[in-house]
Design a protein around this ligand. Structure first.
Ligand code: GLY
Length: 368
């Protein structure tokens, strides 16, 4: 037998810029065109954004070939939508020299990023997130993908954006439920990395909910800094990046058991409560943080009640299908204290016995 070694030079160091501001959406397209001269641009957005002033504001007098995802939301986050978009790009004879622009929330960003990752083996993507979830989390870090009929993000790829533009004024048109539940990702960042930031969110909640530009810009910058520091240390989620999944293991399970009727942020809030219950059972936390978090979620009008139609078995089955599961059981991220994730033997995710998870789900199901 002869062996031939194929040497792949390590990826060149790459970085991208996240621009944060208020009311600059109309300046973004000229900036992209200047930075990518000669590139054909293809816009992906959704039916919600198409109804708002943001699309007009972004395009100005320009026109771009586009695909409008309809209906907006998780329902469309599937491989059929990806095929439709790719065929639309092919019909327009877009080559490898095109670039995709994602204007919208997490669903648009995830679909557009995935399309960009696989179209002709990869074209650049520019993310312009317009929701609290996507500005805090999904537009940064390069995770892209779509759901299968069985689980969330079953098809996926890492595709770092060429640039991210966050205009906090795009949050103006979000409905209250979307706006508030999206703030859960910011709360998660405070819990895993910065207690002072969590306090800031609690103290300034009124101004944030009034959608004042100053606190919104502050939290956008803070979220990007926290997320960037984690992603830079572990871009492909071998270990540390798992801390960004705090509250997501049971959260995703509840979200998928509800057939995506529960919004992502609400499901993560339930998952954060679950993590806190597990932390208490392990002697890592007392009642105080759990009560504080319940209060904070109540102020955001986020219900922690799991719909009656969802059973313990459905949640447990979804936990077993978690992408990080090894031998059908995922490791859990836990806090050592507020602002600090538990790290043992250099590992950031830990085994939690099935019995403890089952007891925690029982408590969640009894929640009023
Ligand atoms: N949303 C979790 C991550 O980006 O890793």
């Amino acid at each position: 037998m002869r062996k031939i070694q194929v040497k792949i030079p390590s990826c060149p160091k790459s970085s991208y810029c996240v621009a944060v501001g208020s009311g600059f959406l109309s300046e973004v397209l000229p900036q992209i065109k200047k930075a990518m001269p000669g590139k054909e641009l293809f816009l992906i957005t959704d039916a919600n954004i198409a109804k708002t002033k943001h699309l007009k504001n972004f395009l100005g007098r320009q026109q771009l070939p586009r695909f409008i995802i309809s209906p907006a939301g998780e329902k469309s986050k599937n491989i059929k939508t990806v095929i439709k978009i790719i065929e639309e790009m092919e019909k327009r004879t877009l080559g490898r020299d095109c670039a995709v622009i994602a204007l919208g929330g997490g669903t648009v960003g995830d679909i557009a990023g995935f399309v960009a990752a696989i179209y002709k083996r990869g074209v650049p993507v520019i993310q312009i997130p317009t929701t609290t979830v996507s500005q805090a989390d999904s537009a940064i870090g390069g995770k892209t993908g779509v759901d299968s009929s069985i689980s969330k993000n079953a098809f996926g790829a890492f595709k770092n954006p060429a640039a991210v533009f966050i205009d906090v004024r795009t949050l103006e048109t979000l409905d209250k439920e979307q706006f508030n539940t999206g703030l859960v990702e910011s709360i998660k960042h405070g819990l895993i990395a910065d207690e002072k930031y969590l306090k800031y969110l609690q103290k300034n909640l009124k101004a944030i909910l009034a959608r004042k530009s100053e606190p919104l810009e502050y939290i956008a910058v803070k979220n990007c800094q926290i997320k960037a520091s984690v992603v830079e240390a572990d871009p492909y989620e071998k270990n540390k990046r798992r801390i960004l999944n705090y509250g997501h293991t049971i959260g995703h399970a509840v979200e998928s058991a509800s057939n995506y009727k529960i919004l992502h942020g609400q499901a993560v809030a339930i998952g954060i409560i679950a993590a806190n219950i597990i932390e208490q059972k392990r002697g890592l936390a007392d009642e105080k943080r759990l009560e504080e978090l319940k209060n904070l979620f109540a102020k955001l009008d986020i219900s922690l009640k799991i719909p009656k139609s969802i059973t313990k078995k459905q949640i447990l089955d979804a936990v077993k299908r978690d992408k990080k599961a090894v031998k059908k059981w995922p490791p859990f991220v836990l806090l050592e204290k507020t602002g600090k994730v538990l790290c043992r033997n250099d590992r950031f995710a830990h085994n939690v016995e099935r019995k403890v998870v089952e007891e925690t789900i029982d408590i969640l199901l009894r929640q009023k």
